[in-house]
Design a protein around this ligand. Sequence first.
Ligand code: GTQ
Ligand code: FE2
Length: 350
Amino acid sequence: MSTKRYTSHDPELNSLYTQLAEHDLQPLWEMQGLLTKTPTVQTVPHRWSSTDLRRLAARSGDLVPIDRGGDRRVLALSNPGLAGAPYISSTLWAAVQFLLPGEMAPAHRHTPAALRFILDGDGVYTVLDGDPVTMARGDLVLTPAWSFHEHHNPGKKSMVWLDVLDLPIVAGLDAVFFEEGTSEKADQSAAERSTSERLYGQGSGLVPVGVDGPQPAHSPLTVYRWASTDQALTRMLEQSGTGQAHLRFRDPTRDRDVMPTLRCEMRRLRAGAKSGRERQTGSRVCAVLSGTGQADIDDRTFPLAAGDIFVVPSWSVHRLHADEDLDVFITSDAPVLEKLSLYRSEALDA
Ligand code: GTQ
Ligand code: FE2
């Protein structure tokens, strides 16, 4: 008997409860908080400061070789509301990964999908199913589900970046698979542009015709460069007149998000701008690329600086304020909720 045993002051009912527990049964009429009016969310709003993340990632680099603990030197951002789970929210994994000069994180693939957003630095390249992709500040790099990946740092500086995975979702569905791969020779340097970029990164509205092969479940463009994101934000800001620009990264060949489970967006707020209060179902991981400001999430207020990472729990009311011009990367599980018809969104100041 390992199920919860309910109790009652009525001796007969109490005896029934004993028998129910012995038979691994539970009475719904005694349960609370199951079908709540609005979501009961364990994930709490939280922010990790850039200074702490960088210092502790570098310290891990001093002390921990890369071959220990799954071939990745990764610090998982663990949400204080999730009872010690290594997850930033109930549905997302977020982590900082640190690679020293000359190091290599060996090839593997897994069913959870991943993405990298680079908050600072350059020099590392990742090999995605044989296609080397360089990573630099402001770039978004996808590692779609079940694609082989490995990271190389052939340069002279260490590098740290943000990883986000849909691991808690895939784990919750009991669908995690993992496989080791064979790594490319170390220090093979990456080309300026990956094959994926050459084919699909030409610019908005331009896609190749006659490229054979099966349609992947994710965007065939696996890297979104900061130069284009920055330019798009600049132009949108010029047009908007509100001091705010908001864009979504999407599959250039189809009307959908970059990957089946993860949505990626970028927001820019001019100094002094304040976004409207909003809330959505699903959780989001946000990372400050540059600027300073503040995030209000339910009753919490977090000061923001470049490199900070924060989490917005499902259905929490949130807004951003910019003190200096603020650029924030946002990734969420929204595509999953949309596919299951569970997505809800509210603008509270509209
Ligand atoms: O870079 O392959 O943060 O497999 C967690 C699991 C990064 C990776 C993480 C991973 C990776
Ligand atoms: Fe991985």
